[in-house]
Write a protein of this length. Sequence first.
Length: 230
Amino acid sequence: MTMYDRLIQRLLRVNQFPHTVKMGLRNSIALHEALGSPAKRFDTIHVAGTNGKGSVSWKLAKALESSGFKTGLFVSPHVSCFRERIQVNSALISEDQVEALLPHIFDKTSQLAIPATFFELTTALALQHFAHEEVDCVVLETGLGGRLDATNIVEPVVHIQLGNPLVRHAIASPASSSDEVVVVCGSVFIMSEARQALGIDEPVDSHDVKQISGVGLKTAHEREQALPRT
């Protein structure tokens, strides 16, 4: 068994202990900061919603790559091998690159006693890889989606929201994190529905929705603090 195989086996085992999993963004934020906040080194397009996230992400990444941008792509799940999840200009992350980055991520989780999940660790690996490769931009697909998705630690330049009903998704998927984020959807009725969502969901700001600048949503730290404590 190669070092790569052992690392992937260890990664797959982390979700076998559900009692250690803690809901929220706290673990993802702590791990991201411990790794030097790699997501701040490139622009991100965040894709969320229901069906179609993968197809939209692939097409966007290919369009950006064809336009001359060095483009990272993070999608899930994989079909035939884990490395499909993390790509730069259509090239899968190599086994050597996984071997170089993943042990350091495991070390950080041990040092900080962070009980990270499979998806949190995989997201961290992807962001580290993209930073090391000095990409221009990244297309980042959410996992299960929702406000607690590990990909919500990023500060995207564009957030794409797929699916219906829009109010439910506006509530469940607050990936846009500041007034400067462009929110893209497919309905001309998004403004009234987004305003309605702002009035319903606790973790979002009460800012007026501006059609030219997107929905003002809290940063990852603020979203974490807004969650009820147990």
